[in-house]
Design a binder for this molecule. Structure first.
Ligand SMILES: [Zn+2]
Length: 273
């Protein structure tokens, strides 16, 4: 019995958003995401003491409810130019501050100024960071090979944005997993006077039952759980040793029919018929 991993509920397409720096324009952006049921991750610098940002952090728990809060380093230096000790401090101190602020466990990151290397990836991994977003776009809808070097599909101002959105919405081949990952800074919408770009995008890409609207960490965690499931040699028994449910799809099913989708509940073994 052959099966594919799917996203939750048998979906095979996902959308996630990623916004950096935690500026006041996040309020308008979060409101827009919430209106359309779109979800994402906000990468904050807890050590930036600009009064505006200190104010923003006070409302972080309520503002970002339903979204992920992640690290962006304590003070936004270019990590590749720091000592290992300083890198560790910038990440761990940011984690500690954000965890204290939110009461959540913070495990995501985006690299300030997009700078990273293999050494920094290793340091992040040792500090409990499970994914880190970089800047250069893939312009495709593939999942990352390496979650500590997670390339977004594109920036919101990329001319290809709506074409990529259309590709995701119209994609109907359930034997693949597709992800559209858009990133940016909310202050860019004021600076460039182009809120219409993100408003049009959200309206177009929202409300599709076959798209999973997720935060960055939900995708990283789900794929980690999905990779951890254990199969019998003939594939008829599937054991999920993780704490979250995983969904798989029978390869024999030709189309996106839900009858081919099997939920493997957390901690349970399921027989595939
Ligand atoms: Zn930044």
């Amino acid at each position: 019995m052959l099966t594919y991993i799917t996203f939750p509920e048998g979906r095979f397409k996902a959308l996630t958003m990623s916004y950096d720096d935690g500026r006041t324009q996040d309020r308008r952006l979060v409101e827009l995401f919430n209106k359309y049921g779109i979800r994402g991750t906000f990468h904050l610098n807890s050590g930036w003491m600009d009064p505006e940002l200190v104010e923003m952090r006070k409302e972080a728990v309520s503002l970002y409810e339903g979204h992920e809060i992640a690290t962006h380093s304590l003070t936004h230096p270019t990590l590749t130019r720091l000592s290992d000790t300083a890198v560790a401090y910038e990440i761990l101190e940011d984690r500690r501050n954000l965890e204290k602020l939110t009461g959540r466990i913070i495990r995501g990151h985006s690299y300030p100024n997009g700078a990273y290397n293999e050494n920094i990836k290793r340091i992040l991994n040792s500090l409990g960071i499970v994914y880190a977003r970089v800047v250069s776009p893939t312009l495709d809808l593939e999942l990352p090979e390496d979650y500590l070097e997670w390339h977004p599909t594109c920036h919101h101002s990329d001319p290809a944005l709506m074409d990529l959105a259309k590709k995701l919405v119209e994609f109907d081949r359930a034997q693949y997993l597709k992800l559209l990952y858009v990133w940016g800074h909310s202050y860019e919408f004021d600076r460039d006077d182009n809120w219409n770009i993100i408003e049009n995008f959200c309206e177009y890409v929202s409300g599709h039952e076959d798209i999973w609207y997720a935060t960055n960490i939900e995708i990283a965690d789900y794929m980690s759980a999905a990779r951890s499931i254990i199969y019998s040699a003939d594939g008829s028994l599937v054991y999920n040793p993780c704490a979250i449910d995983v969904w798989i799809r029978k390869v024999s099913g030709e189309g996106p029919e839900m009858s081919d989708v099997v939920r493997v509940p957390a901690g349970q073994t399921v027989r595939i018929k």
